[in-house]
Design a protein around this ligand. Structure first.
Ligand code: SF4
Length: 334
């Protein structure tokens, strides 16, 4: 019997519903189903990217794992220990091990703090070092994110966007974290700077064995960085697979539409013809469609799709590719 090591992060049927205020006459106004039963695992040293259009629930997923918001239901385990139901007073170790890098390096750093104080804060808060040991640790982190050591005595406004994101990464690494949630961490950066930050994250992962939960709408960036990809639509994962399979042979019609929209240099005219234009907007998460949530926009919709919710299941017996779709094989777009 093969015994799989405990994943670093395990998420089971995680839900986050935001109840809407009751109406004037006390009627139930329902809820926003931001996250509605999401499950996956993430191993040590692995990158899992969460992709999908704006409003699909990917950022809520990151916030719920980080316990910036409390889940409505479901379970989250870190190294086998359940963390979704820990009281605030017992979250300290989890907060040390799971850190975040946000999208906007301009607003996520305190403009009144010098870089050394920004990076020192988590080290001091968790009581990990002080005095000269603290200074040495900050200097080592500056080296790791490839910023000059003398930059620690400057303020965030003296740096470019990419450099500020390096400071944010140094802060996330500072307490010796195992998992970094990168919430659109490169989205606000110029293309060339994006590539540098992605390469830096990749190098740090190799060096430190970090796990990355990389939340992004940018599939071109994801393809360069990730080991596996989970595609979200209206609060659910609709497909999850290793990078090569997902980009080379996507199954779910929504994944195929997303991938067909990724700009490629010098596109093959044949491939261009296969661009899938989805009709309509993403439906509201307040009242998501019955059955398959994608049925209002899917070019392959069948009767059963409107009433029967498809579960995530292996595609053609391949457990490394799971898709929530009633179709058996990989659909061909015309
Ligand atoms: Fe389309 Fe039906 Fe598959 Fe949903 S279950 S993606 S509507 S074919």
């Amino acid at each position: 019997m093969i015994v799989r090591p405990t994943p670093l992060l395990e998420v089971n049927a995680l839900k986050k519903h935001y109840p809407l205020n009751k109406g004037l006459f006390g009627g139930d106004k329902g809820a926003v189903y931001a996250l509605d039963g999401v499950s996956f695992t993430l191993d040590k040293g692995e990158t899992l990217s969460i992709v999908g259009e704006s409003g699909c629930g990917k950022s809520t997923l990151g916030k719920t794992i980080l316990r910036l918001v409390d889940p409505t239901d479901g379970e989250v385990f870190l190294d086998g220990e359940r963390i979704d139901n820990l009281p605030a007073s017992k979250l300290r170790d989890m907060r040390r091990r799971v850190q975040v890098v946000f999208q906007d390096p301009f607003s996520s750093l305190n403009p009144r703090q010098k870089v050394r104080d920004i990076i020192a804060e988590p080290i001091v808060n968790f009581g990990l070092a002080k005095g000269s040991e603290l200074t040495d640790r900050i200097a080592a982190l500056m080296d790791k994110v490839r910023l000059p050591r003398d930059a620690m005595n400057r303020f965030p406004h003296e740096f470019s966007g990419g450099q500020r994101q390096r400071i944010g990464i140094a802060r996330a690494l500072a307490p010796g974290s195992d998992l970094i949630v990168c919430d659109e961490a490169v989205s606000a950066l110029d293309v060339s700077v994006k590539a540098q930050i992605v390469n830096l994250l990749s190098d740090l992962q190799d060096e430190l064995g970090l796990a990355l939960l990389f939340i992004s709408h940018d599939l071109a960036i994801v393809e360069h960085l990730t080991h596996r990809v989970a595609v979200m639509y209206l609060g659910k994962i609709v497909e999850i697979a290793d990078r090569r399979t997902l980009f080379g042979s996507p199954h779910h019609p929504y994944t195929r539409a997303l991938l067909s929209a990724v700009p490629v240099p010098n596109p093959d005219p044949l491939l261009r013809k296969r661009r899938v234009i989805l009709k309509g907007d993403v439906p509201s998460p307040i009242n998501p469609p019955s059955g398959c949530r994608f049925h209002t926009r899917c070019p392959f919709v069948m009767d059963r799709c409107r009433s029967e919710e498809p579960m995530l299941r292996p595609v053609e017996g391949n457990v490394r590719q799971m898709s929530a779709c009633h179709l058996d094989g990989v659909p061909e777009h015309g």
